[in-house]
Ligand binder design. Sequence first.
Ligand SMILES: Nc1ncnc2c1ncn2[C@@H]1O[C@H](COP(=O)(O)OP(=O)(O)OP(=O)(O)O)[C@@H](O)[C@H]1O
Ligand SMILES: [Mg+2]
Length: 544
Amino acid sequence: TAQISISSMNFVMGFVTLLGMQIMLSIEETADFAREAIEWCRLFPPFVLGEALIDISVNYLTNEILGSGKDIWHWEVVGRPLQFLAMEAVVYFTILLVLESDKVGALRGALARLYVQLLEKLVDDGDASPTPIAARSYRLGNAHGGVEETKAGAADADDEIDEDVLAEEMEVATASARDFSVYLRGLSKTYAGSLAGVVRHQLGAPLRWARSAKRAPAPEVLKRAVRGVGLGVRRGEVFGLLGINGAGKTTTLSVLTNDVVRTSGAAAVCGFDVDDQGEVRKRVGYCPQIDPIFELMTARETLAFYGRIKGLDPDSVGAAVESILELLDLTLYADMIARSYSGGNKRKLSLGVALIGDPEVLFLDEPSTGMDPGARRSMWSCIEALSRRRKITIILTTHSMEECEALCTRIGIMVGGRLRCLGSSQHLKQRFLHAYEVEFRIEEAAGAPGGAFERFLAARLGPGARVVERHSPHCRVSLPGTAMPLGRIFEAIEAHQEEAGVLEYSVSQGTLEQVFMGFAKRQREERGQVAGVVYEDDDVGESE
Ligand SMILES: Nc1ncnc2c1ncn2[C@@H]1O[C@H](COP(=O)(O)OP(=O)(O)OP(=O)(O)O)[C@@H](O)[C@H]1O
Ligand SMILES: [Mg+2]
């Protein structure tokens, strides 16, 4: 966008306006206006340059034909334009430095925040950021996800908060940002729509209210990407953020890296507020979802470039680059330009960009997308070593449950911009998967309808036992987790194995993917994207 804007401005000011002014100068009625306007146009360097080139050629021709031209360095030939350009270079560069300074950055952030907060007030769509923790309802699940207690005051099922998420929110609310490597408290990010969208929405408001008492959401005006996330990640922890497309994972990481300005709440990295970019940048490595690499630079050059930006001195940057190339198995491609890389190798290079400069905290946005299984596993061991040996804190987003299980000490699933559950993979399975699955291989005679096996199921495994799949001699049975503990299931089968005609059996718990799909169903807006999910009322974690 910046490149296009600059090219367009150069074209408009250095060519179109310049030509227009020259034409207007030659017409008597507009000449006065043009002379006035030219003074203002000289604020734009491309205009000054174009004007100087014209003056040089006019002066040259006057010299050649009439012999009365001026010296090229004369004030009216290149003297004035050179002085203008020199002054403008100094002034504009100073303005740029001021605009890029942390203080002005914070001010711009504050203004952007104010604008979105104003819009939120204006477009009250009944879907504002969540109520403070204390006022919210929450439900407590027992070990099998059953509801034990529900506090009153829930206006909306969407406002319910999981007990683990609530505990985390409480913890960050009472702790200090310095206690955590990464700290989020009530973090919300709302993207503002275009001004045209706002106007259209406001004009249509009376119409919508007349049509329905329920307020319509206004995605063209406001897109609430992250809504009140509270999270504290401690040093050395590997935290996995899961969620379907559009759940708000990238937005959360972008707030932490200050790529986008948060709307409300607090966000800190290594105890420094994310607005304090001078401090934060030194400590963070970021591998964005879209590769931050330059197509015409080689891996070695790219890493050296980012290394220097991170503040490595020229003597040590070479060694750092070599160690990363080796670590990521990129030595073979180190001197080829990035454009020629495969998708997976580009991804590895992006990971390298995040790793250079010894960061204390790593944000990895879908780092393994496109990597082959071998590369993925070596990335896993690299991440594990970083967190275990060097105590680097890592937050990664992924769509691979396998990756989460392999790496993450804790996992959070985001739905519609909120954290819906939190905990280790084992904890999530225990809380949200209500069923064990038992796979039987049975004798043919026992498996007949009304036979010994069916009688055994009904009598010994309880009324909740349900046959999910059957092709003799195999039979898969689902048992609600609330029916009996794991030990009792084994006991019952072992005791009656022979009379039920069971030849072999295995008991398994569900997978993290099942937990994830259960939550994914909840995301209202992006429903169409969860392929294969059957939407029904009984959601995961809610046995209402
Ligand atoms: N610049 C933007 N302007 C407006 N809306 C945006 C912008 N960036 C993201 N969004 C919206 O915010 C929501 C969250 O987007 P985000 O990129 O954080 O999702 P994600 O969880 O990273 O998804 P994915 O798995 O596809 O990467 C989406 O609905 C998206 O459309
Ligand atoms: Mg994303």
